[in-house]
Design a protein around this ligand. Structure first.
Ligand SMILES: *[C@@H]1O[C@H](CO)[C@@H](O)[C@H](O)[C@H]1NC(C)=O
Ligand SMILES: *[C@@H]1O[C@H](CO)[C@@H](O)[C@H](O)[C@H]1NC(C)=O
Ligand SMILES: *[C@@H]1O[C@H](CO)[C@@H](O)[C@H](O)[C@H]1NC(C)=O
Length: 584
């Protein structure tokens, strides 16, 4: 089902309000709310003006591309409906400079072509010079099926705007701007795909829906039907299909770019139709770029990935490819120069490639970074044999208790505590068994801390790593250093130091139903009496006492009924001490 939930339901108020928001973010612009026109406050009379527009619902297209360097004005209709010719006429005659002429770059939809056509005819009758370029970059529906309707304009259109807007700002004439826009438009192919239709605020629910396991290839940016529906394939298969529609020279129904030359250079625009998570967009970009490279030997000169032209909150994306051509009448300027040209819009989110340094292969911090990672020796030493024996026994106990810890965490947490503890214990155990334990106890503790953090990850990884790093710091505090062997008193002092370090990062204290309820009694007892076995017993009692405590922090806070289950983290820590103590 396509959701009909929205924050704003009245479509007219929605468009008027959204358009009014643009000058808030970009104070170089003004808005004519009545005519839904966004325009630059400064009209540069010695330059060609470029305008665009169309239905609302495709934001940031087009109003957010108004600003120096791209569009001089944009005219918006209602959601998915063309603006009227009188709105367009207002823009042409009173919102942009017209001394050097005006270029309209619009998309190939019947309403837009008619209204912008009519608007420009009226403006010409009033003495203005106006040229119009219509972009139809979509290859989604092939020649046969699209018939008289022709190719629609979709996200590739913004590449025309970016390039021709920069050209106009840098002094191209009206005829040059028009010819350039046509040249760019001819060399763009785009195709989209969607998981779902979109719902227009204030309208009836969408009746046409895709099945849970279907993707529609070639769906338009107004819910228009695409070329086919496929069962959700793997992303690589989907991307292969899309690229084939864009580039296959043997596709009789498409092949809009004709034969490809190996020396051709390209620009890639991956566009979010509005509702795809940026996380998924990253994976899609990765797949598209690798498929272009491996199957077509295409390595784009510029890659734009983001939200450029939406279909409201569309759950889909489109791929546009622009083949770079030389500009015959302006040999000192390239498409890339114009794409990289500065602009003052809030909508264009391309990289600032002008500042890129593509010659260096390495950053010049690398040697310092390595130095920072090296741990300085402390001059202390310790009984490695005894350390390994005791710690290994503790770790073995934790590994054996995995099922028990998991059982508790299934009740009070999300069930992964046992496996996380086991993972950490196994990693340290293999570190010890591989004979990688350094001779210096500070270095050893630091490396164990790093091993635990890497193996456990998440909150528990961080907690243990802070504790063990604090332990290493505590050892380093021991004076005077050189040659001194770490004995019981020093281990205890370092452990107390570690607990203090942990306390500076967490508000958890004994009684809060956390692993502190095991740590605290152990360290407290062993520091006072030196009796490791008794300390381990107190740690286990502490862990068990958490069963009747209310959760104040961490994973269990949101669980309603803890069923008298002890805190799994505390049990894990106490289990370690239990195994550890048996070697004394
Ligand atoms: C736009 O669509 C019309 C039919 O509506 C078609 O004749 C024309 O070729 C299309 N233009 C472009 C640039 O694709
Ligand atoms: C490679 O490209 C050709 C031509 O477009 C296409 O037929 C083929 O399916 C593609 N193969 C892969 C693995 O993408
Ligand atoms: C180190 O510990 C082992 C095992 O507990 C013990 O046998 C050995 O004597 C200790 N070595 C030193 C130098 O204290």
């Amino acid at each position: 089902m396509v959701s009909t939930k929205h924050f704003v339901h009245d479509p007219d108020k929605l468009v008027a309000s959204a358009i009014s928001a643009i000058p808030i973010a970009n104070p170089s612009l003004a808005v004519d709310v009545e005519n839904k026109i966004i325009y630059r406050k400064v009209a540069e009379s010695e330059k060609v003006s470029v305008i665009s527009g169309g239905g609302a619902g495709h934001e940031p297209s087009f109003a957010s591309y108004v600003g120096k360097g791209i569009l001089n004005a944009a005219v918006s209709g209602s959601i998915f409906a063309s603006p009227s010719s009188s709105q367009i006429l207002t823009a042409l005659t009173s919102k942009v400079a017209s001394n050097k002429g005006i270029l309209q770059v619009i998309m190939n939809y019947t309403g837009d072509a008619l209204n912008f056509g009519l608007g420009s005819e009226k403006a010409k009758a009033a003495g203005k010079q106006v040229e119009t370029v219509i972009v139809g970059d979509d290859v989604g529906v092939g020649r046969q099926k699209s018939g008289k309707v022709g190719r629609r304009g979709i996200a590739g259109t913004v590449l025309v705007h970016k390039i021709v807007g920069a050209a106009a700002d840098s002094g191209f004439t009206l005829k040059q701007c028009r010819d350039l826009a046509q040249l760019v438009a001819r060399n763009i192919v785009s195709v989209g795909c969607s998981l779902s239709h979109v719902h227009v605020p204030g309208s009836e629910p969408v009746t046409e829906t895709l099945e849970e396991d279907q993707i529609e290839i070639g769906m338009g940016i107004h819910n228009e039907q695409g070329s086919e529906r496929v069962k959700t394939p793997d992303l690589p298969l989907l991307v292969e299909k899309l690229l084939k529609q864009l580039l296959d020279p043997n596709d009789k129904d498409r092949a809009f770019l004709g034969q490809l030359r190996p020396e051709d250079e390209w620009v890639l625009l991956l566009n979010n139709l509005g509702g795809v998570s940026p996380l998924e967009m990253g994976a899609i970009l990765n797949e598209v770029v690798s498929a272009l490279g491996s199957n077509y030997s295409i390595k784009p000169k510029r890659v734009y990935s983001g939200t450029f032209m939406t279909s409201l909150n569309g759950l889909g994306f489109s791929i546009s490819l622009l083949r770079i051509e030389a500009i015959p009448f302006k040999s000192d300027t390239s498409f890339i120069d114009l794409l990289d040209y500065p602009h003052e819009t809030i909508g264009w989110t391309g990289p600032q490639a002008r500042f890129w340094d593509t010659t260096s292969t390495q950053n010049n911090f690398s040697t310092e970074a390595v130095a920072a990672e090296r741990i300085e020796a402390s001059g202390l030493n310790f009984n490695k044999t005894a350390f390994k024996e005791s710690v290994s026994a503790g770790l073995q106990a934790v590994i054996s208790a995995e099922a028990q810890i998991t059982k508790y965490d299934d009740v009070v947490g999300d069930g992964d505590c046992g496996t996380t503890f086991k993972r950490g214990a196994e990693a340290v155990l293999s570190f010890l068994q591989d004979d990688r334990l350094p001779d210096d106890p500070v270095v050893a503790m630091t490396e164990i801390a790093n091993t635990v953090e890497k193996a456990m990850g998440g909150t528990s990884g961080a907690i243990f790593s802070i504790f063990l790093t604090g332990f290493a710091e505590g050892l380093r505090e021991i004076q005077p250093g050189a040659g001194k062997s770490v004995g019981m008193k020093e281990w205890c002092d370092a452990a107390s130091y570690a607990l203090k370090t942990l306390y500076s990062y967490t508000p958890a204290r004994p009684g809060d139903r956390t692993l502190v309820d095991a740590f605290h009694p152990f360290i407290d007892t062993v520091s006072q009496t030196g009796d490791v076995q008794d300390a381990a017993k107190k740690a286990m009692q502490g862990a068990e006492s958490t069963a009747t405590m209310a959760a104040k922090l961490g994973r269990s806070t949101y669980v309603r009924d803890l069923e008298n289950t002890p805190d799994p983290g505390a049990v894990g820590v106490a289990t370690f001490f239990e195994g550890f103590a048996k070697t004394f």
